[in-house]
Write a protein that binds this ligand. Structure first.
Ligand SMILES: [Zn+2]
Length: 462
């Protein structure tokens, strides 16, 4: 036996006082047990040179005295939005790391058989049941230290009072509209003091995760401090329908070729039969036709997977991407709760389709963001523009509104709700703007797409 080996053996057999070098705890607290060393307690009860107050987003002070940070995490309540691919992972991560005990999970979906390959809190017997309910029940049974409540329904059903009870919100949503609404809600909860500074007590960090195939992202939104979801709306292309003429005559991307095969060629070849998207034979037919057309136009990238995606309008969900992105989300939640380490500033991208890459960058606040800034927007229009045309422009332009209502300083120009008000103001829609407002008048636009947020717009006549 060499001396090196012997000394290693001696070390393992020796008494704990001269065991493997463990960083010395300089305080007089009792030493941590091995079990505790392996837990979050280690992180939360020792001082850190990288604590949040020294970081680029100092939002709180790391306090190790009396288990301060640990206390902060154990009493906090977290909202998990979505109990699907990301949601299951987020709930599991929260339960296993004991970051918090009290969680509310909200989701309007029911379990589909195709979810079972990755949404691991669900079993075959759960198909057809509420995702939020089954997920909450599973975690509560398997991890008895957890208390997960659920709400089966839309996030829009809940009011500001509901959202205000949480210390952190983690969102694992798969659609842009819901994320816009949630972002609007959380930003609206921030209150300001006389100097116009946000009151830190009212800032609820929003951790937003998203995945698409082998790519994913996770970001930390500190409402009114960092950029918000709306600031980066441009990064999410609107789902514009491709004009049929492009599909038929000038395909440019593989998706156009696939659309050509299943929209036009299928109808021509099988006029009496609807395409069965669950039939491998039908899908193979579409794939082959799309490939043929792509070759004709020198377009690469048509695959069977992409064909499935385009035809069924689905983005393949990859379990490992969900696992990575949700782990990042839960890490960030833990950091903003305890301040034990520097938070993500502000965006993490994960790309796994060609090798594995990940990087972080600061997504800057958009100075004209309608949600997190008080910017007054300006528009120059012809005085004969109708109110309806203006509303149309707000929906199709950069704001991507859904159903705007508009008031001027003196009167209500058009309101969607309640029905009586809609009826009373409907007549204004066809009127030219110069009959309704003066040039340079400030209008207030509201839209359900971002909760209670209103947009200030000054219209001048050209
Ligand atoms: Zn913003």
């Amino acid at each position: 036996m060499t001396s090196q080996k012997r000394s290693a053996l001696e070390m393992t057999n020796s008494s704990p006082t001269n065991a493997l070098p463990i960083p010395q705890d300089t305080t007089s607290r009792p030493p941590l047990s091995g079990r505790q060393r392996g837990s979050l307690k280690t992180l939360l009860t020792r001082s850190s040179p990288f604590a949040n107050e020294t970081g680029s987003l100092p939002i709180g002070e790391f306090d190790t005295s009396n288990g301060g940070s640990q206390h902060a995490t154990s009493t906090a309540k977290i909202l998990v939005v979505g109990a699907g691919g990301l949601g299951c992972e987020i709930l599991k991560d929260l339960a296993m790391s004991c970051v918090v005990r009290d969680i509310v999970v909200i989701d309007l979906d029911t379990i589909d058989v195709t979810n079972l390959n990755r949404q691991f809190l669900f079993r075959s017997k759960d198909v057809g049941h509420s995702k939020a309910e089954v997920a909450a029940k599973f975690i509560n049974e398997r991890c008895p230290w957890m208390n997960v409540e659920f709400y089966h329904g839309k996030i829009q059903d809940k009011d500001a009072e509901f959202y205000r009870q949480f210390k952190v919100v983690i969102s694992g949503l798969d659609n842009v509209e819901a994320r816009r609404w949630l972002n609007g809600m959380i930003n609206n909860l921030v209150e300001f003091d006389e100097d116009g500074d946000p009151n830190p007590e009212t800032i609820i960090p929003l951790v937003d995760g998203g995945t698409e195939g082998f790519s994913g992202q996770s970001r930390l939104i500190l409402p009114r401090i960092t950029s918000c979801f709306e600031c980066s709306l441009d990064a999410f292309a609107p789902t514009a329908a491709v004009p049929l003429c492009t599909i038929a005559e000038t395909p440019r991307i593989p998706e156009h070729c696939i659309a050509y095969a299943y929209v036009l060629q299928w109808a021509k070849e099988f006029p009496d039969r609807k395409l069965d998207t669950d039939s491998p034979a039908d899908m193979k037919w579409v794939y082959e036709k799309a490939l043929e057309r792509a070759n004709q136009f020198g377009i690469g990238g048509v695959t069977y997977m992409l064909t499935m995606g385009v035809v069924k309008n689905i983005i393949p969900a990859v379990a490992s991407t969900n696992a990575i992105v949700s782990a990042v989300c839960v890490n960030e939640a833990m950091k903003v709760l305890s301040f034990c380490s520097q938070s993500l500033n502000t965006y993490m991208m994960y790309m796994g389709s060609e090798g594995i890459h990940s990087h972080t960058f600061v997504y800057e606040q958009k100075s004209t963001c309608p949600v997190c800034t008080t910017h007054v927007h300006r528009m120059a229009l012809s005085p004969s523009t109708t109110l309806n045309a203006l509303l149309q422009q707000l929906c199709e332009g950069e704001f991507r509104l859904k159903s705007p209502s508009v008031t001027s300083s003196s009167k209500t120009l058009y309101m969607r709700k309640p029905a009586a008000l809609e009826k009373a103001t409907k007549g204004n829609l066809d009127k030219p703007l110069n009959e309704l407002i003066n040039s340079g008048e400030e209008l207030t636009i509201t839209d359900p797409v971002f909760h209670d947020t209103s947009l200030q717009l000054i219209v001048t006549f050209e």
